[in-house]
Ligand binder design. Structure first.
Ligand code: PLP
Length: 313
């Protein structure tokens, strides 16, 4: 889906016109993938709108930058305020927010020392990430997730998404909506842009972060909601074949939200319908995000923009 432009983009402390947020082709990031970024959603509320887990996302941006020794000249509070500013300036919600810190134009060598760090934050409308109602048809990818001690999985870095692109393209070319990647040891890791949950006999499983998975904010939200609902959850290594005998499988992610999976490698998950635990957690997640249930975990940051769509769970 083409990007729907808005009016302003936040750049290093100022709001600039969308069409002026350009980079030189010789910028370090273009050659070496040197960026760290976030994906955040802002949801309509019965009154106004609210950003979902804003401090957690911006802290992950700072963490990703720290791993790559990238100095961001803004602290957590300043970055969170910048997100609110750009949303209010553009007046567009619900929306997706894309903060990115990158190594800009300076020197051409691999060492990033001579290239300035630039920070941009854009927001724009973005609907459903994985198409289809009733669950996605996905495959296990022939591509593995990043091996430990090669590219750090806990950093949400632009370069990691070369691997994600291989997973996603292979899935789409073969007629699937998304791919599930295994880690280098053949254990389930995550989707190209989502964490994964498996339900069997009433117990919820998700791979631990050590299986080369991103520390998803939605993953944490799902774990929190599940524990709050009294559902048993286990963060433990997941063998591939558990995917095929699961009662329910779903993805979690900011873009994908709670996304049921209908089949994996053409094997139906359960009876192929959305399972009760997936539905319960998904409904709870969307109700909190849309302000239809109390924000009991303190996940919402209000913004003064009226949403263009009425809210629903
Ligand atoms: C590779 C990968 N895993 C997991 C996730 C889910 O993370 P989050 O829930 O923070 O969006 C994402 C999305 O950012 C991702 O790109």
């Amino acid at each position: 889906m083409p990007i729907q432009t808005t009016s302003k983009i936040w750049h290093n402390g100022s709001l600039i016109p969308w069409e002026q947020a350009n980079l030189h082709v010789m910028s370090h990031v273009i050659h070496y993938g040197s960026s760290v970024f976030e994906g955040i959603r802002c949801y309509g509320q019965p009154e106004g709108s609210a950003v979902f887990r804003l401090p957690e996302h911006m802290q992950r941006l700072l963490d990703s930058a720290k791993i790559y020794r990238m100095e961001i000249p803004y602290n957590l509070e300043e970055l969170c305020a910048a997100v609110v500013d750009v949303i209010e300036a553009n007046g567009v919600t619900p929306c997706y927010i894309r903060p990115i810190a990158l190594r800009g134009y300076g020197e051409i060598g691999v060492s990033p020392k001579g290239s300035p760090v630039e920070v941009y934050i854009a927001n724009f409308p973005w609907g459903k990430y994985i198409a289809g109602h009733g669950g996605a048809d996905v495959c296990v990818s022939s591509w593995n997730r990043l091996a430990p001690n090669t590219m750090p999985s806990l950093a949400k870095a632009g370069a990691n998404y070369m691997n994600s692109q291989l997973i996603r393209m292979e899935a789409e070319i073969n007629g699937y909506q998304e791919g599930i990647a295994l880690d280098v040891n053949g254990l389930v890791s995550e989707g190209s842009g989502e964490n994964i949950f498996i339900v069997r006999n009433g117990v919820i499983f998700t791979p631990p972060l050590a299986n080369s998975a991103l520390s998803g904010i939605t993953r944490d939200s799902v774990l929190t909601i599940a524990r709050h609902l009294g559902l048993p959850v286990n963060e433990q290594p997941v063998p591939r074949e558990l995917l095929y005998i699961a009662d329910e499988v779903f993805f979690s992610g900011t873009a994908a939200e709670v996304q049921p999976i209908r089949s994996i490698d053409r094997i139906l998950v359960g009876d192929g319908n959305i399972g009760p635990i997936t539905r319960q957690i998904g409904d709870e997640f969307m109700s909190i995000a849309n302000g239809l249930k109390p924000d009991r975990f303190g996940w919402l940051t209000p913004v003064k923009v009226t949403a263009r769509e009425s809210v629903s769970a």
